[in-house]
Design a binder for this molecule. Structure first.
Ligand SMILES: [Zn+2]
Length: 81
């Protein structure tokens, strides 16, 4: 993640050290924190998706492929019906 290069500093400390006003820094820091949380959740969802794709045969054209996975599941559901 891009903020890792500011080891140990909070987003607010980084902005203040660069001459940004305190209120603006606080607002931006809040947004950064919210975006970091969204990123964390997104990464978890991607990990779950990857776990799911590893459990089914790969697409012959693309390897781990969501459209192929959807088709694969549809076929299994049709067979089970
Ligand atoms: Zn594919």
């Amino acid at each position: 993640m891009i903020l890792n290069r500011y080891d140990g500093e909070t987003p607010q400390e980084i902005l203040e050290s660069q001459g940004v006003t305190q209120q603006y820094a606080a607002d931006l820091a809040e947004k950064v924190t919210a975006i970091q949380e969204e990123l964390r959740v997104t990464e978890e969802i991607l990990k779950e998706r990857d776990r799911l794709l590893r459990e089914i045969p790969e697409c012959s054209a693309h390897g781990q492929c969501v459209p192929h996975a959807i088709q694969w599941v549809k076929e299994r559901k049709a067979q089970a019906a």
